[in-house]
Design a protein around this ligand. Structure first.
Ligand code: MLT
Length: 406
């Protein structure tokens, strides 16, 4: 008799962004006259088109696929050498980080990698997550049977260590009192937009090395860092090669949310119980994945060309102008607000003690603005709300004007 993985039955509701999409669709259907007024600043999806250098690289690669002499079939499962080398040189060596091309695993995005990486760890590992947190880390550990039971009242899992990120601690997690095995960190942070200094991150690396923990470091928003003392990679910290896995994405910097490309770095020095995690992930990747498409990997390579880099700076600058507009506009309007300086997310407190979901409904109904309720990211997100800077500038200005008029 077939049996299901009943860990899936423990998951409450649907995935956060699916729930939001359904609510917005229902509102649009019930209010056809307001449908075109809706401004979506909920999911962190980009709105600017791919840049000319990326498009030219993709066109060239498409033509290569049309010619027998240059046609490519299956990609190497860990990624093409040209892309892995470009990543190692530009994202790591240029910043003084010791990461080799063969420590980079190219994939179809950081969401899949951040969900799949837990597979190489035993189910008896205890995870620690920031609270609020990107829901994929927790949900995938629930699916694997690593999270225990869900308490609806507190919105927490019995076997997960939560590290509250609140206004009191500047939305920066403190080292946990209970010792975890796996620590998920994301900086610049989704959802709060907060970040971490290099000294503070070094403390996490030291903690992980002294307690035999592995840090899964999500640096998907690295391109948005504007301040000098903020590390772009965990490998800027001493000893990180022995305890940290890093996840990166081309979605938020180069606008690849619909193109799909990312990568995971696993240094060869990183061992658990005498086994190299690099070997386990290579085995997993080789077995379950056939490589990101050639055309997309050529597009990724173009991100590191001189013109590609300049265009990507332009994209990030565009969204950060939106972030500044939202941050300053909401401050002026009297909201308690943070983030938006090293990240494309703005984190605000719902007014008048409103719950996150009440504020979501209020904004959708009253001013047709879609954001993300903070409680969807964890219990410490309750009464908070996230807006993204990924809209068009025009819509961002319209949205802020509407929020100011509330
Ligand atoms: C978000 O809105 O948190 C992100 O878009 C989610 C993601 O990148 O998968």
């Amino acid at each position: 008799m077939a049996k299901i993985n009943d860990n899936y039955l423990k998951l409450p509701g649907s995935y956060l962004f699916s729930t939001i999409a359904k609510k917005v669709a229902a509102y649009a259907e019930a209010n056809p006259d307001k449908k075109d007024e809706i401004i979506r600043l909920g999911i962190g999806d980009v709105t600017r088109p791919l840049t000319p250098t990326i498009i030219a690289a993709m066109h060239k690669a498409v033509d290569e696929m049309a010619d027998e002499a240059t046609f490519r079939g299956y990609a190497p499962d860990l990624g093409y050498e040209f892309l892995r080398k470009a990543i190692a040189d530009n994202d790591y060596k240029a910043r003084g980080c010791e990461v080799e091309a063969d420590e980079i695993f190219v994939s179809d995005g950081a969401k899949c990698d951040s969900g799949n990486i837990q597979e190489i760890f035993g189910t008896d590992n205890k995870i620690a997550v920031c609270d609020p947190v990107y829901p994929v880390y927790v949900d995938t550990n629930v699916m694997a049977g690593r999270a225990g039971t869900y308490d609806e009242k507190t919105g927490t899992w019995s076997d997960v260590i939560y590290m509250p990120c609140t206004a009191e601690n500047g939305f920066a997690p403190e080292l946990p009192e209970e010792k975890p095995d796996l620590i998920y960190l994301c900086f610049p942070n989704n959802p709060t937009g907060a970040t971490i200094t290099k000294d503070a991150l070094q403390k996490w690396v030291d903690y992980a090395n002294s307690n035999s923990c592995v840090i899964i470091y999500d640096a998907a928003y690295e391109a948005y860092i504007s301040e000098d003392n903020v590390p772009h990679s965990i490998y800027e910290c001493e000893g990180a090669r022995k305890c940290a896995i890093e996840l990166r994405s081309f979605s938020k910097n180069a606008g690849f949310t619909g193109v799909r490309l990312g990568f995971t770095v696993i240094p060869k020095d990183l061992t658990v119980e005498g086994t190299r995690l690099h070997a386990l992930w290579a085995r997993r990747h080789g077995t379950k994945y056939n490589g990101a498409p050639y055309i997309i990997q050529r597009a990724g390579e173009a991100v590191y060309s001189e013109s590609g880099k300049a265009e990507i700076r332009g994209l990030v600058g565009y969204y950060m102008k939106n972030a500044a507009y939202i941050l300053n506009g909401l401050k002026d309007a009297g909201f308690e607000v943070s983030g938006g300086v090293n990240a494309p997310y703005i984190w605000l407190k719902a007014p008048d003690g409103m719950s996150s979901w009440d504020f979501f409904d209020y904004l959708l109904n009253k001013v047709q603005i879609v954001g993300t309720p903070g409680s969807g990211f964890g219990p410490s997100g309750e009464t908070y709300f996230r807006l993204t800077a990924f809209g068009s500038y025009e819509n961002t200005v319209r949205a802020v004007d509407r929020l100011k008029g509330l």
